[in-house]
Design a protein around this ligand. Structure first.
Ligand code: GDP
Length: 476
């Protein structure tokens, strides 16, 4: 934003000491390293008959602006999240992959938990996010961080599609992320693979062998069966996505985990998205900054650099970063500090500014202003019948100005997962004869998600209809 006295002296070719004298005569007490504002600089310039042009610096002016050069783009490994119903084997699958594919390769097999790990498979590298589940997935997405390239949807063959399976499907679909299906627990005597496939087909997840576009693999996470084939499928899927990044540019990434470590101080796991991160790099992260003092890979081994898709634990944050924070390497520490302080100011402004998430109250205005052309809705109802009735009636409300999308509909109370999905997709939540649980309530407040509760179907439809048509009288 501003320049120091000595920098300004250099710019206009006058000794700093003389400038300081001049400033004193103007009634400003300054030292060499003190910053002067635009107005002072202009006044000073006038003293020497120099016209000083000032310009407001924007964040983008300070951050490296590198256009993706198709020539320099290189393949990057896919980043994978495992999702599915509780007890269907998410943790067991992540463990099985780590045990069969990682432990032997790394020194002593000591793996630490940094939120992600790498797997070297015959056909390529795969990166797994270690926190399974759609809450973690949409939690990051609500922070604006889309890190997952592929979702492994795990369904237990003895249990079939369950409520959280459906949640996972909707979360992945809302994010537009491709899925590979792992049918787990095929070792169990009551496993019924065909039934799982039929159930998933109801959600339009149809296996390739049935003419669909989803890859399925039958596995037993417990017995480590089918793990290699599953990884093959993940890599095949990733080939189709043509994941590419330029490793030869300043790094950008996302913080996926962080903590205050007793020995290391504030540490965070950064998933590099573009470029190569190196020890010594200055960076801005959220509205903080730092300099990479050391980096460790998922096995706790110190490393000097990390390229696209690679998770690294970074030491050198000025404060503990937040998961979901974007991480951008800057040309030097001074720039990082400048951007961090600009972001800090902006954040404060935003906190003061009005709500930005969608709400039925201001929907009409925002549609009229062209700000919103789609209304995403999450519906929870007490019974399937009401859910279907609501869904069908709401979908009919779409008009040329605004399209309604039901991104998730389920039977049962409003839970945290619903709120995170709504937050990540800027959706409103409608509850019919159900209530949010306490966790959902706190998250909704924190995430600024609107929950609308009804006990008469007609009222629910009418209030959305009125909101769309601008007839809703604003509540006060
Ligand atoms: P999560 O809740 O999805 O993370 O599920 P877990 O990985 O904790 O697994 C739940 C239970 O299912 C545990 O008791 C596992 O041992 C068991 N389990 C997981 N995978 C398999 C499998 O392939 N076969 C059998 N028989 N049991 C499994």
């Amino acid at each position: 934003e501003s320049v120091t006295v000595s920098e300004f002296a250099g710019m206009i070719g006058i000794k700093a000491t003389e400038l300081i004298k001049k400033l004193m005569m103007m009634g400003v007490m300054a030292t060499v390293n003190q910053h002067i504002d635009a107005e002072t600089a202009q006044l000073l310039g006038a003293e020497y008959d120099i016209e000083v042009e000032t310009k407001t610096v924007k964040e983008d002016d300070l951050l490296p602006q590198v256009e993706d050069d198709p020539e320099k783009m290189q393949h990057r490994p896919p980043i994978v999240t495992v999702m599915g119903h509780v007890d269907h084997g998410k943790t067991s699958l992540l463990d099985a992959i780590r045990e069969t594919k990682v432990a032997d390769a790394e020194a002593g097999g000591i793996t630490q938990h940094i939120g992600a790990y790498e797997v070297d498979h015959e056909k390529g590298k795969v990166v797994f996010l270690d926190t399974p589940g759609h809450e973690a997935f949409s939690g990051l997405r609500a922070r604006g961080a889309n890190v997952t390239d592929i979702v492994i949807l795990i369904v237990a063959a003895d249990d079939g599609v369950m409520p959280q399976t459906k949640e996972a499907i909707d979360h992945a679909k809302a994010a537009g992320v491709r899925m590979v299906v792992a049918i787990n627990k095929v070792d169990k005597p009551n496993a019924n693979v065909e039934k799982v496939k039929t159930q998933l087909a109801e959600y339009n997840i149809i296996p390739e062998e049935w003419g669909g576009e989803y890859q399925f693999e039958e596995i037993s996470a417990k017995n480590h069966v089918g793990i290699d084939d599953l990884l093959d499928r993940v890599l095949l899927e990733s080939e189709m996505l043509e994941l590419k990044a330029d490793p030869d540019r300043p790094a950008e990434g996302i913080v996926i985990e962080s903590q205050l470590d007793k020995q290391k101080g504030p540490v965070g796991t950064v998933l590099v998205k573009k470029g190569t991160l190196r020890v010594g790099d200055a960076f801005v992260v959220g509205d903080n900054q730092g300099k990479v003092r050391a980096m460790f890979n998922y096995a706790g081994k110190p490393i000097k650099k990390a390229g696209p898709s690679i998770p690294v634990e970074v030491m050198g944050f000025s404060e503990v970063p937040e998961s979901g924070d974007s991480f951008i390497v800057t040309k030097d520490e001074k720039t990082a500090k400048q951007v961090a302080s600009m972001r800090h100011d902006k954040k404060k402004e935003k906190e003061l500014a009005e709500r930005s998430k969608v709400s039925l109250n201001d929907l009409f205005d925002r549609i009229k202003e062209g700000e919103i052309s789609e209304l995403n809705i999450v519906i929870k109802a007490d019974v399937q019948g009401s859910l279907e009735a609501l869904k069908n009636s709401l979908l009919k409300l779409s008009n040329p100005e605004v399209k309604l999308n039901i991104i998730h509909g389920g039977v049962g109370g409003i839970n945290e997962s619903d709120i995170l999905l709504a937050s990540a997709s800027n959706a409103i939540v409608i509850g019919f004869n159900v209530r949010p649980d306490s966790k959902a309530k706190t998250t909704a407040e924190k995430e600024d998600v609107e929950i609308n509760l009804y006990s008469v179907i007609y009222e629910a439809i009418e209030s959305v209809e009125k909101a769309i048509e601008g007839m809703l009288t604003p509540e006060t």
